[in-house]
Design a protein around this ligand. Structure first.
Ligand code: BES
Ligand code: MN
Ligand code: MN
Length: 462
């Protein structure tokens, strides 16, 4: 019988070419101009699941973009793995910072990827990582190696908040019944330091609007006498952190989970070089909440960040004007036990309360989600750990990530199952940034590791 390694060796060019075709379609969920491309991508995923051996595949319509559902049920008495991924991608802007067009994939060698990496929007987040699961399924079905049942649920709205997937999950609990959920949409520490993601941060995303005078004004005639909304907004934002970079919103930290000293000591054992971190980002110093390390700041601590800020004149040359309005988009990353809707409310009332009488403030919530943590003594975690050990020759390290996949906590609530996050990307793969890429080695290693998860999970479940 063929091993997964020999199957990959024989098929790797096809595996790469199929991913490249998928990456050519700009499935940008945030921009309605790409609606047909997003829909076309769902069709391609459907065909790929059929070809990989699913018995039943359907496109499930929602009020937004469809969910591709596929399954192969071999025996009702065996465990069921539910694979989740997303086929939508982030907008590629700013385009001029890409070295090659975002939807014309190219393979290029880099320092960390001497075997080459595929450069394209969605290469790592999440088309490349999602497609590893399709190819792993293909191997298992074609070689009679699928040890249990499998269901796939691939959505097209992850990058815009997964609102319709939440409704779909709530309405289809039976169809989605499973023993474990498996996702590759996170990263690992390094190619020689495999890790399993055991936590995700929650998120609250809001937009604020500050209105001063009812029209744009001459900044000479009115300047100094009426509130400039941009001055006011930036001043308000500046007060949201104190000198220690703690967030000043009253009640913000009330439910934050505090890790014990021994848990923090355990975390500090993960290999990390501050020098390489600074070098990779071209910064002279890191910056953040006093009393916490870089790895703590970006995983177990909550944050508040301005994601965009605008208003006034930004065209060529100078225009003397006091704008009527100023805006900002603000995200808060949350940790377990912080409820995103509660935090959104706390933000709203605090932000309104610090506004001077001279302006009006409007806070509009966008989307959000709860954080997530998963224990390392579950069967799912153990199976994943053994799978990595098999293909990397090393026991993977549990690691909490700073990113968010809000739907994961909803899976736990609605489907009552734990999620195992087997990510194969690197932080330097530039997801959401220009020049996003995914190492060919990482792609193939993912395909190699996944079937072992199925094997060990089924064995341990007995
Ligand atoms: N795959 C990412 C999340 C991620 C990346 C988690 C790396 C851990 C490590 C996902 O596609 C994403 O970008 N999520 C958004 C939230 C969503 C509601 C837009 C995020 O984290 O900003
Ligand atoms: Mn993703
Ligand atoms: Mn993303």
């Amino acid at each position: 019988m063929q091993t997964i390694q020999s199957y990959i060796n024989e098929n790797k060019d096809r595996f790469l070419n199929e991913l490249i075709e998928l990456l050519k379609i700009p499935s940008i969920s945030a921009d309605s101009a790409y609606k047909n491309d997003v829909l076309k991508t769902a069709e391609i995923i459907k065909t790929s699941l059929e070809n990989a051996g699913c018995d039943h595949v359907e496109i499930c319509e929602t009020d937004g973009y469809p969910i591709v559902y596929g399954e192969k049920i071999i025996n009702k008495d065996l465990p069921t793995v539910l694979v989740y991924g997303h086929y939508d991608v982030q907008p590629p802007d700013p385009l001029d910072l890409w070295n090659s067009p975002p939807f014309e994939p190219v393979i290029q060698k880099t320092e960390l990827h001497p075997d080459g990496a595929i450069f394209a929007r969605g290469a790592c987040d999440d088309k490349g990582q999602m497609y590893m699961h399709v190819k792993a399924l293909e191997y298992m079905t074609k070689n009679d190696e699928l040890p249990c049942n499998v269901k796939f649920m691939i959505e097209g709205e992850e990058e815009v908040g997964s609102e319709n997937l939440g409704i779909f999950v709530t309405n289809n609990r039976e169809k989605l019944e499973n023993d474990v959920i498996l996702i590759s949409d996170t990263g690992m520490i390094a190619k020689d330091v495999p890790s399993i993601t055991t936590g995700l941060r929650g998120l609250s995303y809001v937009e604020v609007e500050v209105t001063g005078p009812n029209r744009d004004l001459h900044s000479g005639l009115y300047g100094g006498a009426v509130a400039n909304p941009i001055n006011v907004l930036t001043k308000m934002i500046a007060t949201l952190h104190d000198d220690n970079n703690h967030i000043t919103i009253p009640g913000f930290y009330d439910n934050v989970e505090h890790l014990s000293e021994s848990e923090r000591a355990e975390m500090a054992k993960a290999p990390f070089s501050l020098d390489s971190y600074k070098k990779a980002l071209d910064i002279d110093a890191v910056y953040g909440e006093k009393g916490y390390t870089t790895n703590e700041r970006n995983s177990i601590r909550p944050t508040l960040d301005v994601n965009g800020i605008w208003g006034g004149y930004i065209g060529e040359g100078a225009k003397t004007v006091i704008a009527s309005k100023a805006y900002a988009k603000i995200s808060m990353r949350l940790v377990p036990h912080q409820d995103w809707e509660e935090i959104t409310e706390l933000f709203k009332s605090h932000f309104e309360s610090i506004a001077p009488d001279a302006v009006k403030v409007k806070v509009t919530p966008h989307h959000g989600g709860q954080g997530y943590v998963t224990p390392i003594d579950s069967i799912g975690y153990k199976a994943a750990s053994k799978a990595y050990e098999q293909t990397f020759g090393k026991v993977p390290i549990p690691q909490r990530s700073g990113g968010s996949i809000p739907i994961v906590s909803l899976f736990e609530k609605e489907l009552n199952s734990k999620t195992i996050l087997m990510g194969f990307g690197l932080d330097s793969d530039a997801i959401h940034s220009p020049n996003e890429h995914f190492g060919i080695w990482n792609y193939l290693k993912g395909i190699e590791t996944i079937p072992w998860f199925y094997k060990y999970f089924t064995e341990l479940k007995k």
